[in-house]
Design a protein around this ligand. Sequence first.
Ligand code: ADP
Ligand code: MG
Length: 284
Amino acid sequence: MVDVKKKYDPREVMLEVHGLRVTFKSTGKEAVRGIDFFMKNGQRVGLVGESGSGKTVTAMAISGLIERYNVDIEGEILFNGKNLRSCSREEMRRIQGRGIGVVFQEPMTSLNPLMKIGPQIEETLILHTKKNKEERRALVLEAMEKVGLPEPEITYDKYPHQLSGGQRQRAMIASAFVVVPQLLICDEPTTALDVRVQAQILKLLRSLSEEYGVGILLISHDLRVIRQLCDRVDVMYKGEIVEAGLTEKVFNDPQHEYTKQLISAIPSREKVRSAEENEDRDEA
Ligand SMILES: Nc1ncnc2c1ncn2[C@@H]1O[C@H](COP(=O)(O)OP(=O)(O)O)[C@@H](O)[C@H]1O
Ligand SMILES: [Mg+2]
């Protein structure tokens, strides 16, 4: 990974979202309807909600990718106190990558099937650092090792289809993490994976976040996934945040009707198991 001089100060707020509203002009659909939330450095925050509730649109607004669509945006997104909405393209490009990294499931940002794994991870370094070719190769191999890809030297020259689903997701994480972003936004990073691999990926995200002080905004429709990684959660419903708080508190004592529904949809056997997993985690 790229060397970070100092860890991000955990007392400082890194991201503030005020009254964010996103409307698609084509349909008039108000996908995000005036939401507020914040994150301090190094925090792991979840955004949970059913499909269509506006999670991805929120993530794309924060990472500066929503402008590709024909949308009206209102509100403020402050990153390190700087309003992203009034940044120039050049400034935004600088923030993307080392400031805000993304791991999306959408094909737009997922792996290119025609390009070998190593060079794809290297791309982030080409875009966002001034490292030379030799340094880049070393950093890519280190990142591949860190995320648990087998035999980095060999995997470097493989194509995405030659990897398993879990390995592909690790490669995606490596390509965001190789520059050590201040904030990593992960949009449904484990949705396509089976439960065991899902847990491994979440564990990986946790250890990277702890080691480097990277903040993670984890987006999922599944509160159980959020619970494995995040201290705090915001619950989104039809474009609004209807409940927010410590994950355990929200899980054990939900206030909003919709949150209660989300939790009652989880089979009770799993509720017990995930509570046990949580205890294991606290002991580790
Ligand atoms: N490109 C688009 N054009 C028009 N409407 C969209 C587009 N993308 C998303 N939407 C609408 O915005 C709402 C929120 O979508 P999204 O953020 O993708 O939900 P989630 O990620 O929570 O499943 C949905 O009602 C969806 O139909
Ligand atoms: Mg989504």
